[in-house]
Design a protein around this ligand. Structure first.
Ligand code: BV8
Length: 241
């Protein structure tokens, strides 16, 4: 490891692959979510306007799955929390995932750029509320009391991801950019590695089950399941720092 990496901030981008070993489905694997349902039918504002019950059913099922007792953070989530505790120059985790497994593993500097499944937002008054029950057309907003406008507090395709300025600022200052468990198919997240290379001159590493769509942009790659490879990689980083 170069001295630049050893003395600089780290930005970690995670995707659905880091939660696969916790029992949550990915999107584009052979048995993934998009092999069972179309983005256009459940993950856009137009889909919600056209058939809100279908969108609610899609997220209610995923929310209940996330809350089930057999879904918990895996060693990859815990390793990133350990890295944050021991890396002297700062670690920011930017996740595309809408689950709460990073928080439950102890990560605190965290941005959910695509929102959070355990929050609901009112389309009328914009109030955001922590949410673990099913959502439906008859669900009243806890704040304005109106029904019919509650939605999962997630970023659908065609909507603007959250905290982009803060994310780009952190990437511009990082010495090491690590991408874990993402296929590199969804923008703007898929472009972060290029930002890290071109604007920060950062060292870039991809930890994934297989090479992602953007694999040529990474200096290094570690292929294998996140639950196995991420703890080992964090050990190497901390041992060398
Ligand atoms: C935006 C929340 C402008 C909801 C998600 C054409 C028409 C319309 C739009 C577009 C278009 N072309 C491009 C676009 C833009 C669009 C887009 O990228 N579309 C794609 C489909 C082409 N993007 C947007 O609309 C975004 N908004 O662009 O606004 C803008 C831009 C910049 C600044 C301001 C404004 C909004 C996108 C957000 C959509 N919402 N999620 C929900 O979850 O239901 S995205 C969704 O995909 C999830 O967040 C998911 O995390 C994310 C990315 O997928 P991955 O995480 O990578 O998951 P995937 O299954 O693909 O890959 C898993 C990987 O893990 C695989 O590589 C696999 O090998 C690996 N793996 C598997 N097991 C393991 C493993 N790795 C390690 N260990 C294992 N065990």
């Amino acid at each position: 490891m170069t001295s630049q990496i050893a003395s600089g901030p780290i930005v970690v981008l995670t995707g659905a692959g880091i939660s696969k070993d916790s029992g949550l489905d990915t999107f584009r694997d052979a048995d993934g979510i998009w092999s069972k349902v179309r983005i256009e039918d459940v993950a856009t504002a137009a889909a919600f306007a056209r058939a809100p019950e279908r969108v609610h059913a899609f997220y209610n099922a995923r929310r209940q799955r996330l809350l089930s007792s057999d879904v918990a953070p895996n060693p990859a989530h815990f390793a990133l929390a350990r890295l944050e505790r021991h890396w002297a120059h700062g670690v920011l985790v930017v996740t595309q995932n809408i689950d709460d497994l990073h928080e439950r593993a102890g990560t605190s500097r965290l941005i959910h750029m695509h929102g959070e499944m355990l929050k609901a937002r009112c389309g009328s008054c914009n109030a955001v509320t922590a949410w673990k029950q099913d959502l439906g057309l008859d669900t009243p907003c806890p704040s304005c009391k109106r029904s019919g406008a509650m939605r999962p507090d997630v970023v659908w395709f065609g909507e603007i991801p959250l905290e982009m300025d803060r994310i780009y600022q952190a990437i511009a200052e990082c010495a090491l950019f690590i991408s874990i468990g993402t296929s590199g198919n969804v923008t703007p997240a898929a472009g972060f590695v290029r930002e890290a290379r071109e604007f920060a001159g950062a060292h870039t590493v991809e930890l994934n089950l297989e090479p992602s769509a953007g694999h040529t942009m990474f200096d290094d790659a570690v292929l294998g399941p996140a639950a196995k490879e991420v703890p080992a990689y964090v050990d190497r980083l901390l041992d060398a720092s």
